[in-house]
Every structure is written in structure tokens, then in C-alpha cells.
Design a protein around this ligand. Structure first.
Ligand SMILES: NC(=O)C1=CN([C@@H]2O[C@H](COP(=O)(O)OP(=O)(O)OC[C@H]3O[C@@H](n4cnc5c(N)ncnc54)[C@H](O)[C@@H]3O)[C@@H](O)[C@H]2O)C=CC1
Ligand SMILES: O=C(O)[C@H]1O[C@H](OP(=O)(O)OP(=O)(O)OC[C@H]2O[C@@H](n3ccc(=O)[nH]c3=O)[C@H](O)[C@@H]2O)[C@H](O)[C@@H](O)[C@@H]1O
Length: 430
């Protein structure tokens, strides 16, 4: 099938390379010329395991990129993979989606045959039908349901394992309203589903598909917050948190994944998506008490971590090593990293902070240009009065003698990964 993808960021690039991999011809349309050039030269504009090889293999053949929306005219289906950030009050910001839909609509005016437009981005229920479709109609002069259809296909990939997650998903969710749209969407995913026989296919309505994405992310974020709530109680009662969580994970109704207690969830999606669905709920007069609580628990984990630090060291004037700046291991992404509220609070308290991360230092430097950065965990710890472990990188779990070089070997572990031993004052957050 001929597929066009608008937006070649994290999601657009990954799905383009993977669609090419399963045999489709794919064109990425992005306004960023550098991204387009990078893709056309066979390289990946983002860091993601096994993406480079796929782009190198398919670029110039089944995969190409352009800044020209006219490329859409030769395709059967267009995916909108544009960013959907938050406004200051937490609502979804649709301005990028609206701009993309306008350009797409104007291009579709020139298309003679039927076309399918699929929202891949995470959008609140009704957006595809009540925002995107009317823009497409206005700018193309065509009628939805007659000349073209809209659909919704939420994405569940994770950063750091995006290619594997996309090619071997738990489920594929296809939202549509007409048989014609459903059939074309199935045609896109058939070759992928043949290669991933364990994946479930969920065919549903458009607003259901939109809500499934939020329900998925909100459930996972709330699961971590509930785990953290329980872990905080464990700590107060001096109960071994790991033993409790391992045991509850054996109940198949609970499951053992996403039970990692600690300093909480960050990243480019959980915080903005939970905020967006909470704001959308309030817009229709519903108070989402569970989701509010999930956010409150998450916001409070860094505060608890600093309280624990204060039990052992006064941050004022102290040199504090922060180990881990990425929002999770395996990525250089620092968006909404838990390190941000922690470092803000440490600086407010008068601490002299030194940060270290195996790969995310440069991205963090953009946010905190004046911070002191170390080029290894060892040098961050050298002479420090205390250390906070914020990201669960394997190399932090392996630290040992390096703690002996600290002025005071106080370690507060926000991810429960450091091995407790003689000679260090060790306290885990949970
Ligand atoms: N990043 C992730 O891990 C996941 C993201 N999502 C959702 O997917 C959507 C896209 O997210 P990302 O790929 O992370 O965004 P991104 O910000 O990485 O990429 C967006 C791309 O769109 C391009 N762009 C902006 N305006 C444009 C226009 N008018 N025409 C053409 N291109 C334009 C930008 O240059 C950029 O390359 C969001 O709704 C996000 O919530 C869903 C699952 C996973
Ligand atoms: O919508 C999205 O963009 C994506 O958001 C998350 O993926 P991602 O943000 O890449 O990373 P996760 O592995 O889910 O981790 C998110 C945050 O939760 C934290 N986390 C995760 C798991 C856990 O057990 N405990 C925990 O604190 C991580 O440290 C991280 O800060 C979802 O897992 C994806 O399914 C979804 O597609």
C-alpha cells in the first residue's frame, strides 16, 4: 500500500521505517528540512535501537521524505503523527494538528480518488471527528464519509523499545466509521499482524480509539502512583517493599509489570496525557478523583525524597550529586524527568548540585545551563556530601567503591537499585 505520514518525529519516523519494513511504500512529510535530509540520506533523526538499520535499508527505496505535501496525492492513506503538547492549564494543545490538517486538506482538494486520513497522534475523544474532519472538509472542499474518511489508530510504543513495540504489539486498535475506512486500515496492518500473530486486533469507533489511548496511559501512570502510595506505607512500617510488590505481581489480575516503585513517572507522554484527560473530564463536568490523586502522589515523590535527604544532610551549601537526568533509562530524553523538580528544589535550598547521566547530559544542559555536570558517576560522587539516585540506569546499580570517594557517603535511592552495604549511609525512597 502507498502510505504518507505527516510528522517525522519520534512516532512518525518509527512507524514509517516499520511500515516500509513490512512491505509498504512510505513517504514522510515534515516541515523540518534537516529531518527530511537526514531520512533521505539513510539516517535516523532520532535515537532508537534498530531504527537506523531499517532506515538505511529502506531509504531511497520503499521509504522517502519530503517537505512537499503534494507527495500525499500518490498515496492511499495518510497518518497524522504530529505533536499534541499541553497548554499551560493542562488542556491538549491542538495547534500543530490543526496546521497539519489545513495543509493536508488543501492538498486533498487536488486528489481525484478516495482517501483515508488517520489520526495517529494522541488526541482527546471527539478531536478527529469534530476538529480534524471539519478542517479537512473546509480546506479540501470535499465531504467526509463521501470523498474521504477519517480514522484513528492510537500508538502504544515506548521510547527505547519503539521498533520492537511497534512490530510486536500487544494490540492494534483501529477506529473507523465506514466499512471502506475499516477495510483500508486493515490493509495497512495486515502484513504487520501476519508477522505478529499474538497481537490482538481491536476494531472500534473513532472516539473509542481516542479514549483507549488515554485510558491506557492513565491506567499505567495511576498504577505506578498506586504502587508508590503502597510503597510509602511499606516504608513507614519498615516493611520490605520489594517483597510486597513481587508477591502482589504474582496475582495474574495485578500482573508483575509496571510495579517499579520510586520517584515516579515522567517523560513526554504520561504527564501531558494525564493532564489532558483530566482537563477534558472537567470540561464536561466530571471530577476525575483517581487521576487527580495519581498526579498528587507523583508530584509528592520528589518532595519525600528531599525530606529523606534532609534527615541525613542539610542541602544548604552541600555538594549534592544527582545520578540520572533522563526520564527513564535507555533514552536521552529529559522531558518531565523527575530530576527537574528535584534539582529545582535542591537549588532553592542552596545546594551545590552536580548532575550526571550516561547519555542525557546535553539535553539537560539546555534546561539547566549553569549546573555543574560530571562526565562519570565516579567524578560526580567524588567529594559530594550526598547522592540522589533518580534514574534506574544499570551502571548506577553497579556502583560500589565509587561511594567511598564521597565527602559523606549519604545515598538516597529513588529507584531502589543501589546495593546497601557497610560504609555508606543508605536510604531508599520506598
Ligand atoms: N513519543 C512517544 O513515545 C509517543 C508519542 N505518541 C503521540 O504521538 C504524537 C507525536 O509525538 P512525537 O512523534 O513524539 O512528536 P514529535 O514532536 O517528536 O514529532 C512531531 C514532528 O512533526 C513535525 N511537524 C510539525 N508541524 C508540522 C506540519 N505542519 N507539517 C508536517 N510536519 C510537522 C515536526 O517537525 C516533528 O518532526 C503525539 O500526539 C504523542 O502524544 C504516542 C505514543 C508514543
Ligand atoms: O504515549 C506514550 O508516549 C507512551 O508512554 C509510555 O512510554 P514512555 O513514556 O516511553 O516510557 P515508560 O517506560 O512507560 O515510562 C514512563 C515513566 O514511568 C516510570 N516508571 C515506569 C515503570 C515503572 O514500573 N515505574 C516507573 O516509575 C519511568 O521511569 C518513566 O519516568 C507508555 O508506556 C507507552 O505505552 C506510550 O505509548
Amino acid at each position: 500500500m502507498e502510505i504518507s505520514i505527516i510528522g517525522s518525529g519520534y512516532v512518525g519516523t518509527t512507524i514509517a521505517a516499520c511500515f516500509a519494513d513490512v512491505g509498504h511504500n512510505v513517504v514522510n512529510v515534515d516541515i523540518d528540512e534537516e529531518i527530511v535530509e537526514t531520512l533521505n540520506s539513510g539516517n535516523s533523526p532520532i535515537h532508537e535501537p534498530s531504527l537506523d538499520e531499517r532506515i538505511e535499508e529502506h531509504a531511497g527505496d520503499r521509504l522517502r521524505a519530503t517537505t512537499d505535501y503534494d507527495a500525499i496525492l500518490d498515496t492511499d492513506v495518510t497518518f497524522l503523527a504530529l505533536s499534541t503538547p499541553s497548554t499551560d492549564d493542562g488542556h491538549i494543545d491542538l495547534s500543530v494538528m490543526e496546521a497539519g490538517a489545513k495543509s493536508l486538506g488543501a492538498t486533498l482538494a487536488e486528489k481525484d480518488d478516495y482517501h483515508l486520513v488517520v489520526t495517529k497522534s494522541t488526541v482527546v475523544p471527539t478531536t478527529t471527528e469534530e476538529v480534524i474532519a471539519p478542517i479537512l472538509e473546509e480546506h479540501s472542499g470535499k465531504t467526509v464519509g463521501e470523498d474521504f474518511d477519517v480514522g484513528m489508530n492510537p500508538e502504544f510504543l515506548r521510547e527505547g523499545s519503539a521498533v520492537d513495540d511497534f512490530l510486536d504489539p500487544d494490540k492494534v486498535v483501529l477506529g473507523s466509521h465506514t466499512d471502506r475506512a475499516a477495510e483500508r486500515l486493515r490493509g495497512v496492518f495486515d502484513p504487520l499482524l501476519e508477522r505478529a500473530p499474538d497481537a490482538s486486533l481491536v476494531e472500534t469507533g473513532i472516539r473509542e480509539a481516542e479514549m483507549i489511548k488515554y485510558a491506557n496511559n492513565a491506567f499505567l501512570a495511576a498504577k505506578i502512583s498506586l504502587v508508590n502510595d503502597l510503597a510509602n506505607i511499606c516504608k513507614e512500617y519498615e516493611v520490605d517493599t520489594d517483597e510486597v510488590l513481587d508477591a502482589i505481581g504474582l496475582d495474574s489480575r495485578i500482573g508483575s509489570e509496571f510495579l517499579g516503585a520510586g520517584v515516579g513517572w515522567g517523560g513526554s507522554c504520561f504527564p501531558k496525557d494525564v493532564a489532558a484527560i483530566v482537563a477534558a473530564a472537567r470540561d464536561v463536568g466530571y471530577e476525575p478523583a483517581m487521576l487527580d490523586a495519581a498526579v498528587e502522589v507523583n508530584d509528592n515523590q520528589p518532595v519525600r525524597m528531599l525530606d529523606i535527604l534532609r534527615d541525613h544532610a542539610d542541602p544548604d551549601g552541600a555538594r549534592i550529586a544527582v545520578l540520572g537526568l533522563a526520564f527513564k533509562p535507555g533514552t536521552d530524553d529529559v522531558r518531565n524527568s523527575r530530576a527537574i523538580p528535584l534539582i529545582d528544589a535542591l537549588l532553592d535550598a542552596g545546594a551545590d548540585v552536580v548532575g550526571y547521566d550516561p547519555v542525557a547530559t546535553e539535553n539537560f544542559r539546555d534546561k539547566f545551563p549553569d549546573l555543574d555536570y560530571a562526565d562519570s558517576a565516579e567524578s560526580a560522587l567524588d567529594g559530594a556530601d550526598a547522592a540522589l539516585v533518580v534514574t534506574d540506569w544499570d551502571e548506577f546499580a553497579a556502583l560500589d567503591d565509587e561511594f567511598d570517594a564521597m565527602a559523606d557517603a549519604v545515598v538516597v535511592d529513588g529507584r531502589n537499585i543501589v546495593t546497601r552495604r557497610e560504609g555508606i549511609v543508605y536510604e531508599s525512597l520506598v
